[in-house]
Ligand binder design. Sequence first.
Ligand code: SF4
Length: 94
Amino acid sequence: MELSSSGTDWRRAACLKEDPELFFPIGKTGPAILQAEEAKAICRGCEIRTQCLAWALEGKYDYGIWGGLDEDERRTLRRKQGRARDMGKVGLNL
Ligand code: SF4
């Protein structure tokens, strides 16, 4: 499955009424871990999570929680997609 963010209705985003700072934790320890988990929990309930993740991957956003994944998780996913593409198959398991 090829991911795409085209035609995304961002008005359906679960984070619209949340504090944007929540999705940009500073650091990877202590309170930042809890903050990231809180943001990811919101993403898990988001109707447009897949499209949001595709948008982040297309734009290669290197910081913040997008589509329920942090920057390290997106980097890992990009590598997996690259390998899958090389092998002729592309998939996404959310
Ligand atoms: S997946 Fe997360 S960051 Fe993306 S629109 Fe939904 S709530 Fe916002």
